[in-house]
Design a protein around this ligand. Sequence first.
Ligand SMILES: Cc1cc2nc3c(=O)[nH]c(=O)nc-3n(C[C@H](O)[C@H](O)[C@H](O)COP(=O)(O)OP(=O)(O)OC[C@H]3O[C@@H](n4cnc5c(N)ncnc54)[C@H](O)[C@@H]3O)c2cc1C
Length: 431
Amino acid sequence: MTAPAAKPARSAALDQIDTDAPLFDPKAFRLTGEQAAIMTRARHLGQTVFAGRAAAYDRDARFPVENYKDLHKAGLLGIAIPKALGGLGADYQTYALTAAEIGRYCGATALTWNMHVCSTLWSGPLADDLEMDDATRAEHARRRAIHYKRIIDDGAIYSQPFSEGGAAAAGGVAFGTEAKPVQGGWIVNGKKIFASLSGHADYYGVLCTELAEGEKASRRNTLYLAIPAKADGVSVVGDWDPLGMRGTVSRTLIFKDVFVPEDGALMPRGVYFKAASSWPHMFLTLSPTYIGLAQAAYDFTVRYLRGEVPGMPPVKRRMYPTKQIAVAQMHIKLEQTKAIWFQAVTEACANPTKAQVLRAYAAQYSAMEGANELATLAIRTCGGQAMLKSLPLERIYRDSRCGSLMLPWTAELCLDRIGREALYEPGESDE
Ligand SMILES: Cc1cc2nc3c(=O)[nH]c(=O)nc-3n(C[C@H](O)[C@H](O)[C@H](O)COP(=O)(O)OP(=O)(O)OC[C@H]3O[C@@H](n4cnc5c(N)ncnc54)[C@H](O)[C@@H]3O)c2cc1C
């Protein structure tokens, strides 16, 4: 009798998995070998590990703690941190393409990872792109090194709670969360809603208005402070039981007389306002997740119609002409969405032209609405069995519905701005 073959070691088993093709083929999209390597690292982790955990995080509305440990191990928490400080030194485009790969497998992980990475993009490549006097730059370099060390060495997680329920996150008025300057730092009071990663981030990267006694609130005085989750006066309140993106755990944060030391500043005074005004593409950073979801809806449909979804009977449905036409429509929609989005994230820069900004709005709209349109078509085309909770499509559908609601570039605000800015040059009015 021959002995049964030994079970392959886990890593060998993972190596045998036929990984999905890259969302953006490095050769076709003229990406560097270094970019391709980072994207492959994320795609492999997403497909072999995150995809299998996504249903449970969604069902329980539970934060993907285990995924964050893996992101840390893979060096991806420091993706945008300069290489000299221990990170992967990725630029904006590399980050966006990598985030899209993660979004294919777990929307909530990709969306929350975006909040974390943006803390390092604002304070890293963007801050480097802005004018600062030598003393301010030196001080910023010293402070950000403290934040980056926590991320690289300890796996510290940063979040980005900007929303307050009013016009501030839409860019209309000053933030209602206030930072009063005191000896050695600030005292912060306020409230942030929809604070993804609440209860799980180690630092909340809060936008607030610096306001000395008797001063009037101004958006120019926006401060970007990393508030330790364990600081006295910080609390997480409310529940979290939403339609989609359930693993983001976006509860409400309250800050009551929280002392934040000067080194908590993620950007020097006045710099966030300048960065937000001159780098509008930063507000496109929520979209990669949804590009990943759009691809996931399409990939699922093709597999399902070919009878190749793991765990499902190998029933083929691809021979029906109506299904073929639906797949063709999905393919065209996906290619259009990816094309405009790739162009927008590739040309992101300081002080873009009006045409580039309009294209960025159009890319955001296309990604956010397109992902949900593709998921809707996928459900109609695959049919009833495909929307059972045992399969990922219904989660992709629910997650994809959330993209258009994200301020400051909601689908509605993108339409408003494109319409107005296409028809009016600065200073023009019909009133
Ligand atoms: C899953 C998920 C995760 C999220 N995570 C985060 C996070 O980590 N950090 C974060 O900061 N936010 C996060 N958000 C919040 C998100 O960015 C929005 O702020 C939130 O969805 C707005 O909800 P609302 O009902 O207050 O929106 P709305 O009431 O639609 O908007 C709020 C205000 O914006 C202005 N506004 C809205 N639409 C228009 C318009 N068409 N024209 C002019 N003004 C307008 C108005 O003043 C309005 O009162 C998350 C949202 C979701 C769904």
